[in-house]
Design a protein around this ligand. Structure first.
Ligand SMILES: *[C@@H]1O[C@H](CO)[C@@H](O)[C@H](O)[C@H]1NC(C)=O
Ligand SMILES: *[C@@H]1O[C@H](CO)[C@@H](O)[C@H](O)[C@H]1NC(C)=O
Ligand SMILES: *[C@@H]1O[C@H](CO)[C@@H](O)[C@H](O)[C@H]1NC(C)=O
Ligand SMILES: *[C@@H]1O[C@H](CO)[C@@H](O)[C@H](O)[C@H]1NC(C)=O
Ligand SMILES: *[C@@H]1O[C@H](CO)[C@@H](O)[C@H](O)[C@H]1NC(C)=O
Ligand SMILES: *[C@@H]1O[C@H](CO)[C@@H](O)[C@H](O)[C@H]1NC(C)=O
Ligand SMILES: *[C@@H]1O[C@H](CO)[C@@H](O)[C@H](O)[C@H]1NC(C)=O
Ligand SMILES: *[C@@H]1O[C@H](CO)[C@@H](O)[C@H](O)[C@H]1NC(C)=O
Length: 473
């Protein structure tokens, strides 16, 4: 049959007609689909409710804590029946701390803002975490976070870039004036939980740390915009703490403290609790933090930190890049750390390691408990406008070892530090690093590139599902 035969033409017309039908049909569904929006979730939920069904008012004034509580209480019966999602529609929803449940999604619409109450009474008091023996600010209790969960499985906090606004200013002021005796609340904290997803929302003005997964396994944190004034007190971005299998991807953070701080408990409490943070991926992070690190490892690391892989990192106007902070008394280890493809502009330090970080839980720490720092790899980094390329300080009698740096080009500030590299009690090798590193990190012709593992961690293989959230008409 020739391509121009009438039969062939008829088949073509028919094909086009069927396509049109499908399109119309799809269009029909599309119109209907306007009553839902799609989002990515580790699991989708069978049941949905709007927080307004429980009396919540998005006027920015009504306190909605009880409405959230009764909604979540009512939805808890679906945990074993496909789970439930609670939808927060557009509006300003004032609330105190909210405790989430298992097999549950909190979904914030694009123009939904959860406004944290500024009344301390709206945040229950918790005892200190066992791996710390104290709160982050104070020896006594700690206020429960705005979004909280403990002993959960399968919990999601997400949205179409909806907002949690911590309204933290009064907390920062009171903390600095020493007017509170307990630790300020975080914005989001999950403790002893598995399968945790926090994604696609904006976090503003946290009273304290922003996101704090603690004693958790299988954690995905992605698509967050975290903003706090760079002068605000301890507004760390994301702090995985004694967690296993963590992926932190596509986040943009401006903060008054470390953009990311990997932790695992403090001194004798962390050593006894003995739960490391391990198998961590940090990818595509943008950080602005003039007084702190892009990624800090420690200083609380007494359960150990291992197998951290950080790549595609941009730091601008930030104090340091990937900083190790520890001291005698911490014990444990920071080992198998891999960093590549870091672009930096306006930095005080590129490389910073600290062996004499002064803070301790109390006077009960064991000065003979020395941290083991080993196998720390950095490659493919460029920096501009740097005051001091490297300040590397290990501990006397406890050398920070196995340091490797390759293909690193550092441009200096117009008035750099007199001493460009200051290295004590460290040991390692370098290759193609400029300006020339200190004598303890000699150029080694045998080194081509420092290590970066090529295998994919299990948390990197999780594929999120496409879920639907209803929209109010
Ligand atoms: C709670 O759930 C029950 C059904 O299990 C429903 O009848 C009731 O209306 C719900 N409460 C509210 C406030 O929606
Ligand atoms: C949560 O889990 C931890 C560790 O398994 C356990 O010690 C604690 O009692 C649990 N807490 C609650 C409230 O169930
Ligand atoms: C989310 O909102 C923040 C704050 O308004 C904005 O900076 C950011 O670009 C938004 N992100 C997305 C993906 O829309
Ligand atoms: C903090 O504790 C001290 C000593 O117990 C007490 O005098 C003070 O009133 C407390 N401050 C607040 C704000 O509770
Ligand atoms: C990196 O993260 C930003 C958000 O900070 C996002 O806009 C961008 O698409 C991400 N890039 C890639 C390659 O995923
Ligand atoms: C270099 O860094 C200094 C602060 O150390 C800053 O004031 C200056 O604007 C930066 N210059 C450029 C070209 O970014
Ligand atoms: C060196 O690092 C830069 C990024 O800073 C990268 O673009 C380049 O490909 C690297 N060179 C080699 C030989 O790996
Ligand atoms: C180099 O670092 C060591 C250890 O922190 C410090 O004691 C010393 O003063 C530094 N040297 C200079 C010249 O800054």
């Amino acid at each position: 049959m020739s391509p121009r035969s009438p039969l062939r033409n008829a088949a073509l017309v028919c094909n086009v007609a069927i396509w049109l039908l499908i399109l119309i049909c799809r269009e029909g569904r599309l119109v209907k689909a306007q009553s839902t929006v799609s989002y990515k979730g580790w699991n989708c939920r069978k049941h949905s409710a709007f927080v307004t069904e429980y009396g919540a008012k998005g006027d920015g004034k009504t306190l909605n804590t009880k409405a959230f509580e009764s909604a979540i209480q009512n939805l808890s019966k679906f945990a074993a029946d496909g789970g439930a999602q609670l939808i927060v529609p557009p509006g300003k929803w004032l609330t105190g701390s909210i405790s989430l449940i298992s097999h549950f999604t909190l979904y914030l619409h694009k123009d939904a803002v959860l406004l944290a109450s500024q009344d301390q009474k709206d945040f229950p008091m918790l005892t200190p975490l066992p791996s710390y023996g104290k709160g982050s600010d104070a020896p006594a209790g700690r206020y429960q976070s705005l979004i909280f969960g403990t002993n959960l499985t399968d919990v999601v906090v997400t949205g179409a870039n909806g907002t949690l606004d911590g309204q933290g200013e009064p907390w920062w002021t009171k903390y600095r004036a020493k007017q509170i005796n307990e630790s300020r609340p975080n914005l989001i904290e999950f403790v002893y939980s598995n399968q945790v997803q926090i994604s696609d929302i904006t976090l503003l003005n946290s009273p304290n740390w922003n996101v704090h997964p603690t004693y958790c396994k299988d954690v995905i944190i992605s698509g967050l915009t975290i903003l706090a004034p760079t002068h605000s007190a301890n507004t760390d971005g994301i702090d995985p703490d004694s967690c296993t299998n963590v992926k932190i991807e596509n986040n943009y953070i401006v903060s008054g403290d470390d953009c990311i701080a990997i932790k695992s408990g403090l001194d004798e409490y962390g050593i006894t609790f003995n739960m490391p943070t391990t198998n961590v991926i940090i990818r595509n992070l943008t950080c602005f933090s003039p007084t702190s690190a892009t990624i800090a490892l420690g200083s609380e690391m007494s359960g150990g930190i291992s197998n951290v892989r950080a790549e595609d990192i941009t730091a601008i106007n930030t104090e340091s890049a990937v900083r190790i902070k520890s001291s005698a008394g911490r014990g444990a280890f920071v080992k198998d750390i891999y960093v590549r493809r870091v672009t930096m502009k306006t930095m005080k330090y590129v490389f910073w390691m600290t062996g004499y970080y002064s803070s301790h839980a109390d006077t009960g720490f064991d000065p003979k408990a020395l941290p083991a720092i080993d196998n720390i790899n950095y490659r493919d980094m460029t920096a501009e406008n740097v005051t001091m390329p490297g300040y590397l300080e290990g501990i006397a009698g406890d050398t920070y070892k196995g340091i490797c740096m390759s293909n690193v080009t550092i441009g200096l500030a117009s008035v750099p530090n007199k001493m460009l590299w200051n290295c004590t009690n460290v040991e390692g090798v370098t290759s193609r690093v400029t300006p020339q590193p200190c004598a303890l990190l000699k150029e080694d012709a045998k080194v081509t590139d420092c290590k970066f593992p090529e295998d994919k961690l299990p948390i990197d293989q999780v594929v999120l599902k496409v879920c639907a959230a209803p929209v109010l008409a």
